[in-house]
Design a protein around this ligand. Sequence first.
Ligand SMILES: Nc1ncnc2c1ncn2[C@@H]1O[C@H](COP(=O)(O)OP(=O)(O)OP(=O)(O)O)[C@@H](O)[C@H]1O
Ligand SMILES: [Mg+2]
Length: 631
Amino acid sequence: MDILKKIQDHREQEEELKWEGTFSEYLDLLKERPYLAQSAHSRVYNMIKSAGVAEEHDHKRYKFFDEDIYGLDEAMEKLVEEYFHPAARRLDVRKRILLLMGPVSGGKSTLVNLLKRGMEKYTHTDEGAVFAIKGCPMHEDPLHLVPNHLRKDFQEEYGIRIEGSLSPLNTMRVETEYGGRIEDVLVERIFFSEDKRTGIGTFSPSDPKSQDIADLTGSIDFSTIAQYGSESDPRAYRFDGELNKANRGIMEFQEMLKCDEKFLWHLLSLTQEGNFKAGRFALISADELIIAHTNEAEYRSFIANKKNEALHSRMIVMPVPYNLKVSQEERIYEKMIRESDIRDVHIAPHTLRVAAMFTILTRLKESKKASIDVLKKMRLYDGEILEGFSDVDVEELKKEHADEGMSGIDPRYVINRISSTIIKKELTSINALDVLRSLKDGLGSHASISNEDKERYLDFISLARKEYDEIAKKEVQKAFVYSYEDSAVTLMDNYLDNVEAYCNKAKLRDPLTGEELNPDERLMRSIEEQIGVSENAKKAFREEILIRISAYARKGKKFDYQSHERLREAIQKKLFSDLKDVVKITTSTKTPDEQQLKKINEVVATLIDEHGYNSSSANELLKYVGSLLNR
Ligand SMILES: Nc1ncnc2c1ncn2[C@@H]1O[C@H](COP(=O)(O)OP(=O)(O)OP(=O)(O)O)[C@@H](O)[C@H]1O
Ligand SMILES: [Mg+2]
């Protein structure tokens, strides 16, 4: 019921947006909204801008890409500032093919799709509206109707410069259908749609022997030649190639450099002069953004070939590198899993993060700075704050290697390994160790990994594994401490009593014997040492805590276990080190006694309720940490 209603609403909305009128009525529209006559490049740029731009320390983030492209803010900024923006302003880059160059599965196709889907939506808005000569298979710009000798006057009156000349087909239609009265020619609003082949075209190379240039530029319609008498009658030609259909919008050239040359030559004049040749006609003007993609190896061999010089000079190459941030890589996997058929499998917490760490490590280049190892670099790139490093250092690091992000493990490999692990073992739950093992096992059969890389990658697997060990231990520590919450509170109260006595140079009273005691220095130090408070700093630390307590008291608030971040950490660590043996015994014993079993169940429950595990992944985690602690 609901969906049917929605379908109907949608149809009504579409109906409302429709517009049809004569050319002279269209000119009235232009008087009010001159932007309707904008070029394809300008429309794409305005679409990107209309989604919003965030200024973040000296960089612009174009929100348009947020939804689908993760971790490539800087590459997207460059793409907009160096191509889309100047192209929108009719600068020379508009006359060049935009060639996205990047490693496999680095998001090139995703980016182009985002632009295409974006344009489909944008042409439904007021700002993105597009008008065309009605009944034209190339949805020609109505302004082409203005004869050349009047265009200067037109520009003075409307402030719009017209580029391109009326196509042979419409020239003929004006005569035959409208008796030469261009003001009566019908104009309609069009909406881009790849499915309906309006304003969006895609060309992908196939076997050059069988692939026909007609796929690009259309072809003669032999069934109508008899009717019109000649092959050079435009009415006997089908303007249904991808270049025709993409007019006014976006033309995607997939794997451009795999294309046979003869296809590429058409692009030379299209980009440079804004027109192309089809059949036996005068040149056909087209206004479209040509966007192509390729990988680095193909690009290198393309430019090495002298024959390609002319074409090369008409391209603008924009890098689309791999993402280099662990947390963004995790989001990429989450998205890919959501879109796949393994989305129902339980993936233990931290699994994707650990896989992402490995992947990012394979993409990073070693820094020249001795103080920065790959793990540090990985953390800094992900926005972590490390002592002794500033934003400036991170910017410098990024500048060290121009080609960083152009190689390494691709996200599809990771997802494939995860899927195959699940399918092979018929697992319903997987953890970081399963995935690391599978990533490792797959390296041998990965087509593009050299033996030398493989050695490096194996090291990264162990690095990621060590990171996971730390994460796993912390996780169990937290869960144990959580179920020892009471002990934490007691320990804390005890510490605070001692600190108070110490600062006031007073004595404590033993609750059992009533005996007067000195503050328990050993207890206080054993807690403070957990967070690195030195002997010299202990007095200041204790006084600071007392000040905090009295500040709380003044405001009528109770100072408790959660009130002081560092103190809480110290207490937890102390507790955990006291508990270490308990954890060790509890997690590794094969035949736990009743008491131990109770504790294990509590901890498992905490892991499930508070940390996103299920019972099998929680038990696996405990077992693993048990084995780590016993080493
Ligand atoms: N930076 C990224 N942000 C979001 N998703 C990404 C990113 N990089 C890769 N992906 C995901 O990885 C998968 C492969 O990406 P895509 O097909 O766009 O890559 P490609 O560069 O076109 O690859 P190919 O060279 O194989 O054609 C997609 O599911 C895509 O969503
Ligand atoms: Mg692709």
